[in-house]
Design a protein around this ligand. Structure first.
Ligand code: GDP
Length: 407
């Protein structure tokens, strides 16, 4: 358990990665709905999902432009960065990956790993982005979690850590057994609301067998878990959860969950897993940059000199919005910043947190945060913004240190 009280511990900068059609937009929209960010469920096919707010996107039915949306879950702030799934937008995927601390990779339970899921997975590997896998569309005819997991193991090569057992198949998929806590989660008809119940009798043996498998895999990969496993021949829920968190953050394993975004099934446990296993900005390595040949490092410290990466610029009725990921320092309205690429001074206008289709003004934003800034004139996607007198160009993507848990 962490003892520090830095509020950054409660932030998750999250991306959703997927092959086109696996359900990224639907998962994103259901997350916004589950977190109370939006109050009505939209459907992708009628163009009402909130992340698809560009008309061109609606027309083409693919998510083209990344947008960052903030939502709250279990006392945590999740900044959701929409990452294009289409192969034509590789640069944009690349920029989104730079600003993420963790991601959910969505797979289709019938198709399993598809070519684009594989390429975006490799990109995320290069950026050292820890991931959780969500096997979606479990309601579809022919959907099978085990086959999808086998394709993850075969094509992506991480150790899959399957933490759920589906209850029912295809259109009778009604819940999951949580193998960590050994309890069932059953969704209400229509998909809104989840009930915790004991594991159904007919699934008890299978659930025990699968938990054993999960424990053995975890013990093989995690020294502390191995110690407890050898001593007691089983793992407590807390040890298992702690080991799953460490393995996720080190990239040695990938936690696998399942659901049906379309039917709004599996979203709450997915959000719980995001909060439990994926890292906060404090858990990721300091970013590196250079200026005039001098190398520097910036840790997620609000008191350090300001450094941020602009990763998206949108023209909106509110003005020119520059989405930035702040790596160190603090900014407030009116502050002068320096664009280290163009060597030009800029001034911060309003700072906005984007909540679905609403913009909420904030006075200040700190290291670890993702916000939109109004008033920047020349910053482009990829620009480094820094404190005047502390120039720095953040390193281009490619080489990242493995993520190490500091919890
Ligand atoms: P994206 O291209 O990855 O953003 O995928 P979308 O979210 O646009 O979904 C692609 C299609 O799959 C849409 O027609 C969705 O309604 C459908 N879809 C998404 N999730 C599910 C699901 O859980 N079950 C089923 N049966 N269809 C789904």
């Amino acid at each position: 358990m962490r003892t520090d009280t830095n509020p950054l511990v409660l932030v998750r900068n999250l991306g959703i990665l997927a092959h086109v059609d696996a359900g990224k937009t639907t998962v994103t929209e259901r997350i916004l709905y589950a977190t109370g960010t939006i109050h009505r469920r939209g459907e992708v096919h009628d163009g009402t999902t909130v992340t698809d707010f560009d008309p061109q996107e609606r027309d083409r039915g693919i998510t083209i432009f990344a947008a960052a949306v903030s939502c709250d879950w279990d006392g945590h702030r999740i900044n959701l960065i929409d990452t294009p799934g289409h192969v034509d937008f590789a640069d944009e995927v690349e920029r989104s990956l730079r600003v993420l601390d963790g991601a959910v990779a969505v797979f289709d339970a019938v198709a399993g790993v598809e070519p684009q899921s594989e390429s975006v997975w490799r990109q995320a590997d290069r950026h050292g982005v820890p991931r959780i896998a969500f096997v979606n569309k479990l309601d579809r005819a022919g959907a099978d979690l085990d086959t999808a997991v086998a394709s993850i193991r075969r094509r992506l090569h991480p150790a899959p850590l399957v933490v759920q057992l589906p209850i029912g198949t295809e259109d009778r998929f009604t819940g999951v057994v949580d193998l960590v806590r050994m309890r069932a989660l059953v969704w209400a008809d229509g998909g809104d609301g989840v009930e915790h119940t004991p594991v159904p009798d007919e699934l008890r043996d299978e659930a025990r067998r699968r938990r054993r498998l999960l424990e053995e895999t975890v013990a093989e990969l995690h020294p502390a878990a191995l110690e407890e496993f050898v001593d007691r021949e089983s793992l407590s829920a807390d040890t298992l959860a702690g080991a799953l968190r460490d393995l996720t953050r080190s990239g040695d394993g990938v936690v696998v969950l399942c659901g049906s975004a379309y039917r709004n099934r599996g979203i709450e446990p997915l959000l719980d897993a995001v909060v439990a296993y994926l890292p906060s900005p404090l858990d990721v390595p300091a970013v590196r940059g250079t200026y005039d040949g001098t190398e520097q490092e910036r840790a997620a410290d609000p008191a350090a000199p300001f450094a941020a990466l602009a990763f998206k610029v949108n023209a909106t009725p509110t003005g020119r919005l520059t989405y930035v990921r702040i790596y160190s320092g603090t900014i407030g309205k009116g502050d002068a910043v320096w664009d280290a690429g163009t060597r030009r001074a800029e001034r911060i206008g309003r700072i906005l947190r984007v909540q679905a289709d609403r913009h909420v003004r904030v006075e200040r934003a700190v290291a670890g945060d993702i916000v939109a800034v109004v008033g920047l004139k020349s910053a482009r996607a990829g620009s480094t913004l820094c404190a005047p007198g502390h120039p720095l160009v953040l390193e281009p993507p490619g080489v990242t240190e493995p993520v190490v848990s500091v919890a």
